[in-house]
Design a binder for this molecule. Structure first.
Ligand code: SF4
Length: 211
């Protein structure tokens, strides 16, 4: 069994309820939540989208909204105005080019305003179960570096490193598990290595003492 797999299995035992944290019912909900989530805690996004999703159910609904209309629901997220603008523009493209549906390829998704590669993979993985790579968020960047799974800081290079190291059937849950671990124990800026279930496998174990 390869090293990362041993660690991921231990993390799965430690965080059996780890899952994708943003609330959504449809792929459109997830696209909107994912656009809102850049540099915002998931709890804040979920709080905003509860009401937003009750009012806007289709891409066409969003195309009829103004930025101010959306701000009534999403003003608590950072860069709310820009994100609201991107949501409306993305939904206009969905209506014009994709029959109002969220597309199912990375290339089509990254054509939409407010959606980069990470967000595209998030949508494909969690809305459609199309797993094209490991989602690399801030927790994945930090924990995978500490675990020695990558020496890169560029998210696309980190994704390539992780895709090569981790068996494909674990790609989907890798982000869920590393995020759960990053929030609970392998925190920024200082990890709590003394409470870490995978310390025996980590080259940076004990780093807390040297900080
Ligand atoms: S031993 Fe420390 S640095 Fe390594 S994964 Fe655990 S908490 Fe993170």
């Amino acid at each position: 069994m390869n090293g990362p797999l041993v660690i991921l299995k231990l993390l799965k035992k430690t965080y059996p309820n780890a899952k994708y944290y943003l609330d959504f019912k449809t792929s459109l909900d997830l696209m909107v939540a994912a656009i809102l989530s850049a540099q915002v805690r998931d709890e804040v996004v979920n709080e905003c989208t509860k009401e937003l999703f009750n009012h806007y159910k289709t891409a066409s609904d969003y195309t009829k909204a103004s930025v101010d209309d959306l701000l009534k629901y999403v003003s608590k997220v950072t860069f709310a105005g820009n994100k609201a603008k991107n949501i409306i523009a993305a939904c206009k493209l969905l209506v014009e080019k994709h029959n109002g549906k969220v597309p199912k390829t990375i290339d089509e998704l990254i054509d939409l305003p407010g959606i980069g590669r990470k967000t595209a993979i998030v949508i494909l993985t969690n809305a459609f179960n199309i797993v094209d790579g490991v989602v690399v968020d801030t927790h994945v960047i930090r924990t995978s570096y500490r675990l020695g799974w990558t020496k890169n800081s560029n998210p696309e290079k980190i994704e390539n490193d992780l895709n090569a190291l981790i068996p494909k059937d674990w790609w989907k849950q890798t982000q869920w598990l590393l995020k759960a671990h990053g929030r609970a124990v392998c925190r920024a800026p200082v990890p709590v290595c003394s409470s870490c279930a995978i310390a025996n496998f980590c080259p940076k174990a004990g780093v807390e003492k040297s900080n």
